[in-house]
Ligand binder design. Structure first.
Ligand SMILES: [Zn+2]
Length: 102
């Protein structure tokens, strides 16, 4: 029997790029500054490119309750990227830059 239709907003995703991530060979990346500017000109496109190239994490697990955190759109000065990892269990939030050099 099929599941009943869900109500309300769909859950935020637990990833930036739908897994599995494509293979990447960052040391041999063949891209010039003009191409890089084009693929990173919009915030979400930039996040996607960084996640695909393993420069930011594509998924993040809450360190307090071990649940996959959800990627949510966030506004305000505490969220300069416009997105944050949010735990559906304990409501903790982390920057999308967590564990990166950014
Ligand atoms: Zn949590």
């Amino acid at each position: 029997m099929a599941d009943p239709p869900r109500r309300g907003r769909p859950s935020a995703p637990t990833f930036i790029v739908p897994p599995p991530l494509p293979p990447v060979d960052l040391p041999n990346l063949d891209i010039n500054i003009r191409q890089l500017a084009a693929v990173t000109s919009l915030v979400f496109d930039c996040m996607r490119w960084l996640a695909e190239h393993r420069l930011i994490t594509n998924t993040f697990t809450c360190q307090a309750c071990d649940q996959p955190m959800r990627l949510q759109k966030r506004e305000g000065r505490d969220y300069i990227d416009g997105y944050a990892w949010c735990c559906p269990g304990c409501q903790r939030r982390n920057s999308i830059r967590v564990n990166s050099f950014f």
